[in-house]
Design a protein. Structure first.
Length: 188
């Protein structure tokens, strides 16, 4: 009797769970760098034109984790059998008049894990974190050609509220910048 490969279990962790596991925490920056650099090399819309250096990714993660400790951000990581396959985070707006709101700044899923619900699980967990933190409006922006991400966000309740045509420059190519929001305020 032959059996297939075991099904990998998807686990989504918050920053506290990540940093309380010494093995996962030790490998996090390197694994995150690999995912982000590989995605950008493949043309992913993550804010970089060239793949980020490991130092850039480490600095970004230090900044996000510091904001999480201050109550101004949420970080989620996705693992398939303890292998990092995705990460995402939101941060509160710094401007005092915008403090009740936050921006979902990055959702990155390893290309090998696309189509397995990782992006949906990360985004849903971050939305739940925003509700728990009493965020009123969660915003995000996406490159206009990122149709899979835009579809995912729509299915999770985000609505488009604006678009800057040909705003994102990648070499000679130009793409729309699409602004989306999810209103989390409780209504009567």
């Amino acid at each position: 009797m032959t059996s297939g490969a075991p099904t990998e279990q998807l686990t989504v962790l918050d920053a506290m769970a990540l940093t309380s596991d010494p093995e996962l925490e030790a490998a996090f920056a390197e694994s995150a760098h690999r995912i982000l650099a590989d995605l950008v090399s493949g043309g992913a819309a993550l804010g970089w034109v060239e793949p980020p250096s490991r130092d850039e990714v480490e600095e970004l993660l230090r900044h996000v984790l510091s904001a999480v400790r201050a109550g101004d951000a949420a970080l989620r990581t996705a693992y398939l059998d303890r292998r990092l396959v995705g990460l995402g985070y939101w941060q509160r707006y710094a401007r005092p008049t915008h403090r009740p709101h936050a921006d979902l700044e990055k959702i990155a899923v390893d290309a090998a894990a696309h189509g397995r619900g990782v992006g949906r699980a990360l985004t849903a967990a971050l939305v739940a974190d925003a509700r728990e933190a009493d965020i009123e409006v969660l915003t995000l922006d996406a490159r206009g050609d990122n149709t899979h991400a835009l579809h995912l966000y729509r299915t999770l309740g985000f609505t488009e509220y604006g678009r800057l045509p040909d705003f994102v420059a990648v070499g000679e190519s130009r793409y729309d910048k699409v602004f989306c929001m999810l209103d989390l305020r409780r209504r009567g």
